[in-house]
Each structure stands twice: as structure tokens, then as C-alpha cells.
Design a protein around this ligand. Structure first.
Ligand code: UDP
Length: 235
């Protein structure tokens, strides 16, 4: 196996499937099945899920809402997604724990690093909800932060595109894909892998990032087994 402990980052928008808003139960079940394939192989899996399918602080602010207020709404949205994912994973027979950056003890455990690591060691899938717990951050930053804290081997960013391209492949037909790329090259070429805060944090801590297409069945498993899936960013 290429990795022993991973942090899987899923965007909230990915959960919408074909919908315009909210959660598509079919997509959620598919993701749970994909995750089951790697937990069956003994991979320790932690997950950070976004909230963009429900609420984003920035879009609230553009409609006149207080940014901080909007960001807290976004963080709560990630907890809603986390609960949905937890339920879908449990349907697959996977033991899970949801840990939140903002305390809500009737709903989930508070995030405590040692506890998170212990859950992983015991083979439980750990879902981190509530982002970093601070406004003005994103769940990409939360994903990098948690990955470093728990000593993950890499952050696997599941998207609908199958890697990092020279330009946006959905707009430019001549765009070509990188098999791997250095942090420096990503910066020099101005490529958008994650937001700047998240990217800088991962570079500073030499946390490898893999961008891959999570919507193609079997990809996550192949990636874990060391196949050349997506684009690897490291030093
Ligand atoms: N958010 C925040 N602090 C964090 C993480 C998230 O304030 O540490 C808020 C922010 O408003 C963000 C929203 O939660 O827009 C949803 O997260 P994100 O946009 O990262 O979700 P994704 O794009 O992955 O679906």
C-alpha cells in the first residue's frame, strides 16, 4: 500500500450529485462504498468534508450578511454533511466517529488530537466537522491542518477533475495533466490546487497532496494501492 493513514478531503458540492443544493443520498452511498474498499485493506481514514452544498460565508457576505456570521453557518453546514456521511458509512458497517472543532457534545465528540489518533489506530473512520472552528478559513485549510496534526501520509483531495492541469480542462481543450508537480511549480505557474492558506500550510509541513477524481469508482482504491491516479504535489 502506498499509504497507511490518509486524510480524505471531500467538497460539500460533491455531495450534491446531480442536484443544485443539499445532499444526494445516492452520491453519499457511493462515496461510502468507495471508502469501505480502503478501510477493508486496513488503511486508516480521516475525512474532512466541506459545506459548500449548504452554505458558504462568502456568498452570505455578498448578500449583505455579516461575514463572521456567515462563516459560522458554513461551519455548521460541514457538521450536517459530516452527520450524513457518518450515517452512510455506518450503513456500510464501518465504525465511525465525528469530531467537531466547535463543541456540540450531544451531536459529536469535541476534537482532541490524541483521541482522533486513538480512533484511527482502532480502525475507526474519523470525520472532522466544523472546519478549523474559525471564520475566514476554508475546509481545505482544516483538512491540511488536521492531516498534519494526526500525522497523515498525505491529503487526498477528491474532486470531479482527475488531477491538476496546465489550465482549466473544462474551458481549455489543450490543457494537459501533470502526473506530479512540486509545490514550487504550482506557485510559479499560479495553479489553483487549494486556497493559499491551505497550500502554504501543506508546503511548509511537506504534506503531499493528491488531487484525483473521486467520482470514478475504484479510483480511491487504486490510488491507495500505488497506481498513478490523479496528480501528486510534493517537494
Ligand atoms: N468555514 C469557516 N472556517 C473553516 C472552514 C469553513 O468559516 O475553518 C466556513 C466558510 O464560510 C466556508 C464554509 O464554512 O465557505 C464551507 O466550507 P468550504 O467552502 O470550505 O466548503 P467546500 O468548498 O469544501 O464545500
Amino acid at each position: 500500500m502506498a499509504y497507511k493513514r490518509i486524510l480524505l478531503k471531500l467538497s460539500g458540492e460533491a455531495l450534491m450529485g446531480e442536484r443544485q443544493y443539499g445532499i444526494d443520498p445516492k452520491r453519499l452511498a457511493e462515496y461510502a462504498e468507495e471508502i469501505k474498499k480502503i478501510t477493508d485493506k486496513g488503511i486508516e481514514v480521516a475525512i474532512v468534508i466541506g459545506g459548500g452544498n449548504i452554505f458558504r460565508g462568502v456568498s452570505g457576505a455578498s448578500n449583505g450578511m455579516d461575514r463572521v456570521q456567515g462563516d459560522y453557518m458554513g461551519m455548521l453546514a460541514t457538521v450536517i454533511n459530516g452527520l450524513a456521511l457518518q450515517s452512510a458509512l455506518e450503513d456500510q458497517g464501518i465504525i465511525t466517529r465525528l469530531l467537531t472543532a466547535i463543541k456540540m457534545e450531544q451531536v459529536a465528540e469535541p476534537f482532541i488530537k490524541r483521541r482522533a489518533v486513538r480512533h484511527l489506530e482502532k480502525g475507526r473512520v474519523v470525520i472532522f466537522g466544523g472546519g478549523t472552528g474559525n471564520p475566514y478559513f476554508t475546509t481545505d485549510t482544516a483538512a491540511v491542518l488536521r492531516a498534519i496534526e494526526i500525522g497523515a501520509d498525505a491529503i487526498l483531495k477528491g474532486t470531479r477533475v482527475d488531477g491538476i492541469y496546465t489550465s482549466d480542462p473544462e474551458k481549455d481543450k489543450d490543457a494537459t495533466k501533470f502526473e506530479s508537480i512540486t509545490y514550487k511549480d504550482v506557485m510559479n505557474r499560479g495553479l489553483k490546487v487549494m486556497d493559499m492558506t491551505a497550500f502554504a500550510l501543506s508546503q511548509e509541513n511537506n504534506l503531499p497532496i493528491v488531487v484525483f477524481d473521486m467520482n470514478t469508482k475504484g479510483n480511491l482504491e487504486k490510488l491507495i494501492s500505488g497506481e498513478n491516479i490523479g496528480t501528486l504535489v510534493d517537494k
